[in-house]
Design a binder for this molecule. Sequence first.
Ligand code: IFM
Length: 471
Amino acid sequence: MANDASAVFDTLSPAFSNGSLTDPFTPPADSSLWRKNFLLGAATASYQIEGAVNEDGRLPSIWDTFSATPGNVLAGDTGAVACDHYHRWEADVEMLASLGLEGYRLSIAWPRVMGAAGLPNRKGLDFYKRLLSRLKEKGITTSVTLYHWDLPQHLEDRGGWLNRDTAYRFADYADLMSRELAGTVDAWATLNEPWCSAYLGYGNGHHAPGLANDRFATQAMHHLLLAHGLAIPVLRANDPASQKGIVANIGRGTPNSDSAADQRAAHLFEVQHNAWILDPLLKGAYPQDLFELWPGTEPLVLDGDMQTISAPLDFLGINYYFRTNVASDGAHGFRDVPLEGVERTQMGWEVYPDGLRDLLTGFKRTYHNLPPIYITENGMASDDKVIDGHVDDTQRISFLKRHLAAVDQAIKAGVDIRGYFLWSLMDNFEWAFGYERRFGVVHIDYSTQKRTVKRSAELVAKFLKERKARV
Ligand code: IFM
């Protein structure tokens, strides 16, 4: 059966009513999270959950190509089936609603909705129309990302993000989507994590399309940001009532010692992870320190590009996962120095909630025009197992509680944070790590597609129910 939504209630109610579920999650009484207008939701992305890669006229994406190449993805996994969300979306929306989640962040697969000549693919578009309309019927706030890494392969064949023309094709795609979907989208994000698209895709080759050259990375980044800047006015014209923004992943770098060289290394780490994206968006210029790290990699920038890129935003989406401890590499850069004895997740990433607070308060000091912020992703992977019908993801419960406390601290320090989306609604295709790494608050059995709500999701649902009941 595709639909396990009724099972959500079966899982929730007995545990709550017989008192067997203790609550290590609920935020303290003075937490800003109790504010009803603080949006709490969950996020996913098209290639990670949809499957159905050959259906209804969807064209190949760079991730179909990349994952089909042996050695690129753990265990040879691909997104061909994923969570089969393309067929099970109705049950998944029921599940989301039954958990009381108030917002849903999803992405659109560009190759599903637009043909190679730029014409709409009606069947693909209808999928998103149905999905978004149902979410609105359920009273769920919709946050739609236009590009979460699944570039149409035909555009990559013409140079992908190394080709300036891709930025203009993206603006055409944004135009089509916002004309077709206006009224069902509360917030549009142009790009998800341009750092990953540019650096992992073109700089070190860990992600599609698998190229490895620092100069490629800076040029790809410029074209991604240009694409964003070109799309913003288009979205504003077609769908004036919605919010428009972009989503950036951010990284905390801490120095391994007090030495000036290690302090500089930590600074350069954050320039490479954060300022590379945020400075052009919010200051209209690339940070010059980036080119100390990667000498001679300045991208080709045409007149007017930086004004286009730095168009005002309604919101900035922030994705945060971990910190990296770094030391000087003895030359122009930094090297990771993993700390011993710290808590880590299934990804090996350190659990470091203070990093989220410190970065957010730091951005407020650095960027005087910092837009309102949504935490558009935060979460962790664990090797979750279903035992007697339940998944006790205790580390995730503690992780979420501590990161939400960090968000509360940042709000209390004056950062305008409007909401938080768990990454992820469900276990899914974790890119180069395939299906082994489980980020969901809902467990997926990939052999049956059965959904099992994890304890973390139950506790979030319980909190949301309590918050809603408050007068
Ligand atoms: O799964 C990814 C997501 O697609 C982008 N942000 C980070 C997540 C965890 O790695």
